[in-house]
Design a protein around this ligand. Structure first.
Ligand SMILES: Cc1cc2nc3c(=O)[nH]c(=O)nc-3n(C[C@H](O)[C@H](O)[C@H](O)COP(=O)(O)OP(=O)(O)OC[C@H]3O[C@@H](n4cnc5c(N)ncnc54)[C@H](O)[C@@H]3O)c2cc1C
Length: 443
């Protein structure tokens, strides 16, 4: 049987899967695992980078077979589905009917349950907040209570502990949430090249209020005059052209190239990175380009390459994603970028995003009003530890925090200070569920 890893393939701790297809199987399957292994965890599609989707026991319950739509109202856009359904499958069903996800992360290969448990955010955080804000109710299986319905009004204690609750409050069985209407499947996108962080902050201040989706790519290796240069990308759903309404809600073709095997070593090194970043920065020759693009490359550019995580070789990689409070955003991000550029390491995709001030109902939700920076590092034990220690200090000093869904290194001290409500989650935890992340940051 295939053993599972997390997306970063670090830490390399293979998980043994136990599949469930219907809600009433959960009690039996979980019970069997717990009989011999004490605890387990739910594994959605394994798109968490670090160890938050890895069970302490290495025995996980997989939910990909729990993938049915249970009810949908195409007048109001309220949909009710089992937690194993992926965003990719949801889009196939909702988009042709004129509805889209209210919030989506940068990959569509996530499950509904995983999106709730990590309370995912997207390029529209400044106007829509996190996914958790759009949930109307949840059904949760708990080993002490069976299946429980929860919402803002019914068992709200369980509701807020489950949104962003890292899969510890129980097994999410089904989710009801509100979709957002769209007139077409296309996005009017504008990309603006900028020379440094000051310009990025000016762009975000002038365009975020008129654009639902905004994000920036940064050249993480540029130094001196070029430090903080990048591309700012903004977009809105395109309106229907009255003459062609029937052809405008079209699904993107399903074409994916793939990395067929694990290279023995990482294909990402300082040389290839520097060349990629310089080429990518200059790829856009005009300062500003506008075009109308399909939703798929706009939201999910990385999904076109299946198993892209393999390019980092057997050792895997770690993502570093932090959010810095608004007040210190510009200076702290400049210091962090400087440390990264000095280290000569970092990713071909460094993503900067201005997060809004919309608060999530979830107790452990990651985003806060401020700026988020995310980038990938090939796994080199010593080099990463030294760099991450320096970055953690900078983040910690200004009251920022790291994203548990991406993390494989955060200390218990930093986690507990950044997420003071962790004790409420621990008190609500289903004792049968225990992740390697939770063990690392709470014990
Ligand atoms: C290319 C890429 C881009 C990404 N971009 C973003 C982004 O823009 N924004 C963002 O927020 N995240 C982003 N992510 C992270 C990703 O969205 C989250 O990690 C998401 O939660 C993964 O969902 P999953 O189904 O793979 O869950 P998994 O990784 O399998 O599990 C995640 C957590 O959910 C729990 N869980 C899963 N299903 C259930 C269930 N039924 N009941 C209870 N607990 C459950 C697991 O125990 C675990 O704690 C990105 C990831 C990738 C690979």
């Amino acid at each position: 049987m295939v053993e599972l890893l997390s997306w970063g393939r670090y830490p390399r701790q293979p998980q043994h899967p136990h599949a469930v297809f219907w809600a009433d199987e959960i009690s039996h399957v979980l019970g069997k695992i717990v009989e011999t292994n004490k605890t387990s965890l739910i594994y959605g599609m394994g798109r968490s980078y670090g160890d938050s989707c890895l069970a302490v026991s290495n025995q996980v319950v997989t939910t990909q077979g729990m993938d049915r739509i249970l009810a949908a109202d195409w007048e109001t856009g309220v949909i009710f589905a089992q937690a194993g359904l992926s965003f990719a499958e949801l889009i196939q069903i909702t988009l042709p009917r004129g509805w889209f996800l209210p919030v989506t992360p940068g990959t569509k290969y996530v499950s509904l349950g995983g999106a709730v448990a990590n309370d995912v955010h997207g390029k529209n955080h400044h106007v829509m907040g996190t996914f958790g804000r759009h949930i109307l109710r949840l059904f949760l299986y708990r080993s002490d209570e069976g299946i429980v319905e929860c919402s803002r009004h019914i068992r709200s204690d369980l509701f807020v502990a489950t949104i962003g609750g890292l899969g510890l409050s129980g097994v999410i069985v089904a989710v009801e949430f509100q979709l957002r209407p769209i007139e077409t499947s296309r996005i009017n996108q504008t990309s603006i090249r900028f020379g440094g962080l000051t310009e990025f902050f000016q762009l975000t201040a002038s365009h975020d209020h008129t654009h639902e989706y905004t994000v920036a790519w940064i050249d993480c290796l540029a130094t001196g005059q070029n430090a903080g240069r990048g591309h700012y990308i903004m977009g809105n759903h395109a309106k229907a052209d009255i003459a062609h309404t029937h052809t405008q809600l079209t699904l993107a073709p399903h074409k994916r190239m793939k990395i067929p095997f694990d290279p023995p070593f990482s294909l990402i090194n300082t040389l290839s990175l520097r060349a990629f970043n310089t080429l990518y920065y200059h790829k856009q020759q005009q300062k500003q380009i506008s075009r109308c693009v399909s939703y798929d490359p706009f939201f999910y550019p990385l999904d076109s390459l299946k198993h892209w995580n393999r390019i980092y070789g057997h050792a895997g990689f770690q993502q570093y994603q932090c959010v810095i409070p608004q007040r210190d955003g510009q200076t702290a991000i400049a210091d962090i970028m400087q440390e990264i550029a000095k280290s000569g390491s970092g990713s071909f995709l460094a993503v900067l995003k201005q997060c809004g001030d919309i608060i999530s109902p979830g107790l452990l939700s990651f985003p806060m009003h401020g700026v988020s920076l995310a980038l990938d590092f090939p796994q080199h034990d010593q080099k990463n530890t030294q760099l991450f220690n320096r970055l953690d200090r900078l983040v910690h000093e200004v009251g920022g925090r790291l994203y548990p869904a991406k993390d494989a290194h955060m200390s218990a001290e930093h986690f507990q200070q950044a997420y003071p409500q962790w004790q409420q989650i621990e008190a609500m935890r289903d004792p049968r569920l225990f992740s390697k992340f939770w063990q690392r940051v709470t014990q």
